[in-house]
Design a protein around this ligand. Sequence first.
Ligand code: MG
Length: 317
Amino acid sequence: MTITLKVSENTKQEMQEFFEEYKREKTPPYAIFQADDADCVVTLYESGKAVFQGMSADISAQLWIEREKHLNPTKKLDVKNSEQTAKEEKKEVFIDPKIYHASSIGSDEVGTGDYFGPIVVTSAYVAKENIPWLEELGVKDSKKLTDDKIEELVPKIIKKIPYKSVILTNKEYNERYGDDMNMNKLKAILHNKVLLELTDEISPVDYVIVDEFAKPYTYFRYLQGASRVYRHITFLTKGEDKSLAVAAASLISRYIFLKEFEKLSQKLDLFLPKGASTAVDEMGIQIVQKYGPEKLKEIAKYNFKNTEKILSQSKKK
Ligand code: MG
């Protein structure tokens, strides 16, 4: 699998810092570095083109896609996946008016690329009567909204829009993560939970849409052990562009994430950075010095590469 992502200068900077210790000795022409990341080779070119190749290319690329989106919210994201056919790419930009204008439940998650802060998954119900109102608020361009704008909008949205959210703290994340549990399986379990809760209260609806993070068969395979599975799902990539219910769910998730993040910062009396950059590593070192290494198991996603860096650098200091 090969994924190509165009990154901006700030993301480029973060990537260089992040992969510093994983760089290969040899660098291809016009590349800044080539590095190993699990089962993936990452090459960053001077032009800002980042190429992820190998079995875990999608996982490795996802983190930087999230960073690029977060650092440059107004820029159009430029990602190419070699496995996607031209036909699929065409489908990606197509907004189906039938789905867009329907009464739908949408679900989306945040926090999966952040070392600190929880994973939040939300399902939201948008009745078709509320679509013009949400459009006017600016929900349609949810990707472009800044955190400040989200903090202003979401309190208004949740007064009108029914929703269910689940917060998975990093303590819980670390306890559950293991050989039988990866990030996508956790997401599937959490999406299933909020979808069951909301569809129990609101039914029938025209569509139940999940912003696609795994192929449908993989999603349902992850849920094989679940006692109840909500099955009538329409999976859409870039779901937040195609359904305001997904867009609203994404904004509510982000809002809750921001609130939890703030609480955690206050509790630790430290200004925590988002994402998984070197700024995060530096903060991790401070946390280890202040509270001891075990603290990371409680407040950070322990399986992220950052942990290794933080622990080894803490020893040096
Ligand atoms: Mg999503």
